[in-house]
Design a protein around this ligand. Structure first.
Ligand code: BMA
Length: 388
């Protein structure tokens, strides 16, 4: 009786910031990978800012800057690299030298190492081409049944996963005489509740999607990929906000298969097809982040805004009045571990105005600096130790 009372009293004293996540799904994960997960869980109201392809190119430059120095639009605007670097493996299974957006995989390995050595965090997504006919991810074809165990082309999926394994195994660096495998937040098969990718709703059944997810995790684990933290990321536009937990669960392979409870949210951040008012969108952005964190808490996991932003950052003061206002709306929203905005497409390579971060002279650049100056937003310049 007394002991129980003591335990309750002690619990009462544990500050929220000391929230401990359950372990990673892969109990053989490396020490640094486990430490990263624990540290992501313990950021309190601080949130890591991430930017897809940030070191690879920007709106007006490509590749290494002169003299081989690392570059980033975010660095050019704030003086700091983002805390989280996002890379995408689309094309690796085809044996291509470059990914679907023109980044050499060998350069990605370089950027991932540099990010890690600066103390930052890496995340990898994969706009996978179909292992069956090499069609890009936006195919509206039912490949999944053929790719999962029992399907005629399961071996082709294995070959694709092997190509990622070969890349992943190069991500090792020397830290004080010890070889460290750089931890990666791996986020395959994203936005599966939407109908735009071949692994999405409508092109595959929920059961087959779950089989695909489980096979991917089991295969990578069997092959000893012990530096991976698995992030699940349905798309906000297809979540029913009045029944969040249930609709989030679509395609969820279970707590033994997911480490990070993420979602991709462009919808509440001024997506052109969203006809709701800014105030309504903002309220739902806040609500979504709260529900995500509640769900992660219930499961003993970590939450994240795994992808998002506003294309062309059109609205004045987007960073403070939309992005930061939602993320730091309250204690719950601020407990997401990281928020990654999508890439700043290079203007000479594809669509102009397809950018989600800031770059010099861009209309919201000064507002981005305000966001950067917020002590709760973490960049490389103020990121705490994440690997110990
Ligand atoms: C999309 C767009 C595309 C890009 C793809 C993969 O959202 O940015 O231009 O090819 O992501 O990065």
């Amino acid at each position: 009786m007394k002991l129980k009372k003591l335990a309750v009293t002690l619990l009462g004293f544990i500050p929220l910031s000391a929230f401990a996540a359950g372990g990673l799904i892969n109990e053989n994960a490396t020490t640094e990978t486990k430490a990263l997960y624990e540290n992501l869980a313990n950021l309190g109201d601080k949130v890591l800012f991430g930017h897809e392809d940030s070191l690879a190119y920007g709106a007006k430059w490509w590749g290494y800057a002169e003299g081989g120095a690392l570059e980033s639009d975010i660095k050019q605007v704030t003086g700091s690299f983002p805390a989280v670097f996002g890379a995408d493996m689309g094309g690796i299974g085809l044996g291509n030298e470059k990914n679907l957006d023109g980044v050499k995989f060998s350069d990605y390995a370089h950027y991932i190492k540099e990010t890690f050595e600066m103390g930052g965090v890496n995340t990898v997504s994969w706009h996978m081409y179909s292992p069956i006919d090499e069609h890009h991810s936006w195919a509206k074809t039912s490949y999944v049944r053929e790719l999962i165990p029992g399907g005629n082309h399961n071996d082709k999926l294995k070959t694709y996963l092997d190509s990622y394994i070969a890349f992943n195994e190069t991500l090792k660096v020397d830290v004080d005489g010890k070889e460290v495998w750089i931890p990666i937040i791996f986020r395959p098969w994203h936005e599966h509740n939407g109908d735009w990718f071949w692994w999405g709703k409508g092109h595959t059944t929920e059961a087959d999607y779950i089989a695909l997810w489980k096979f991917t995790v089991d295969y990578l684990n069997e092959k000893g990929q012990n530096n991976l933290i698995y992030a699940f990321s349905p798309d906000r536009s297809r979540l029913d906000m009045s029944d969040f937990d249930n609709s989030y669960k679509y395609g969820y392979a279970g707590d033994a298969y997911v480490d990070i409870i993420g979602y991709d949210n462009y919808w509440d951040l001024g997506h052109p097809s969203n006809t709701q008012s800014v105030a309504e969108q903002q309220a739902l952005f806040v609500e979504g982040l709260e529900k995500l964190t509640d769900l992660a808490d219930k499961k003993g996991k970590v939450s994240a805004l795994s992808e998002g932003g506003q294309e062309g950052v059109r609205e004045d003061n987007f960073w403070t009045e939309r992005f930061a206002a939602g993320i730091w709306a309250n204690e719950k929203t601020s407990r997401i571990s990281y928020a990654l905005v999508w890439r700043n497409n290079n203007e000479e390579n594809g669509k102009k105005g397809h950018y989600y971060g800031a770059y010099p002279q861009e209309k919201n650049a000064a507002n981005f600096v305000e966001f950067y100056n917020n002590k709760k937003s973490l960049f490389i310049n103020n990121i705490p130790e994440m690997y110990k």
